[in-house]
Design a protein around this ligand. Structure first.
Ligand SMILES: [Zn+2]
Length: 187
């Protein structure tokens, strides 16, 4: 917790890190970007720093987040991609005006067209989601095995057998639950 807000769970993949800002969608949902300032914080730690965010921009961000979640879920379960969610992703991608820059150290950096253009940052996230769902990246899109979570994550492990969106939370909880069930059956 920071300032009374839930911590971020940052993964190495931008789009699924973003969808992870709402966790436990099928349990007691935890909203990790409850205020515009928390979206600013998240974008900053994700390499997409903005100065400010309006409530309307936060709404748009959440709409994009849930659209990515819906599309990723459908892609994993081999269902048709929900057209309205695809539309939101495409609109955000089209609206973004961020540019990729190469640093002298050979790293990619995003530059937004202005410091208040949350839409530019969302465009980068939308494009990242598109590349994952389209299968252009090396990895496997999957859903967390925790029944209360079912978060989409991108498995880049060598064996492609990762089960949980996050080892420290969902993975541990599952292990603990299994352990307790075993203790009960022994006792
Ligand atoms: Zn999970």
């Amino acid at each position: 917790m920071r300032d009374g807000f839930p911590d971020f769970r940052l993964g190495s993949v931008l789009a699924t890190s973003f969808t992870g800002t709402l966790s436990e969608r099928h349990g007691d949902a935890v909203e990790r970007i409850p205020t515009p300032q928390r979206l600013v914080d998240w974008l900053t730690v994700s390499g997409l720093a903005v100065d400010s965010c309006t409530p309307a921009q936060l709404d748009l961000a959440r709409e994009l987040r849930e659209s990515i979640h819906a599309v990723a879920t459908a892609a994993v379960t081999h269902d048709p991609l929900p057209p309205s969610a695809v539309q939101v992703i495409n609109d955000c991608s089209a609206e973004g005006r961020a540019a990729a820059f190469l640093t002298p150290e050979g790293k990619r950096q995003w530059r937004l067209s202005s410091a208040s253009r949350v839409e530019d940052a969302l465009g980068v996230i939308a494009a990242d989601a598109i590349s994952i769902v389209a299968g252009e990246r090396d990895g496997r899109l999957a859903l967390c095995a925790s029944p209360t979570c079912r978060a989409a994550f991108f498995d880049t492990s060598q064996s492609r057998t990762r089960k949980w969106c996050d080892m420290n939370t969902c993975g541990n909880r599952q292990k603990k639950a299994r352990f307790q069930a075993k203790q009960r059956s022994l006792g």
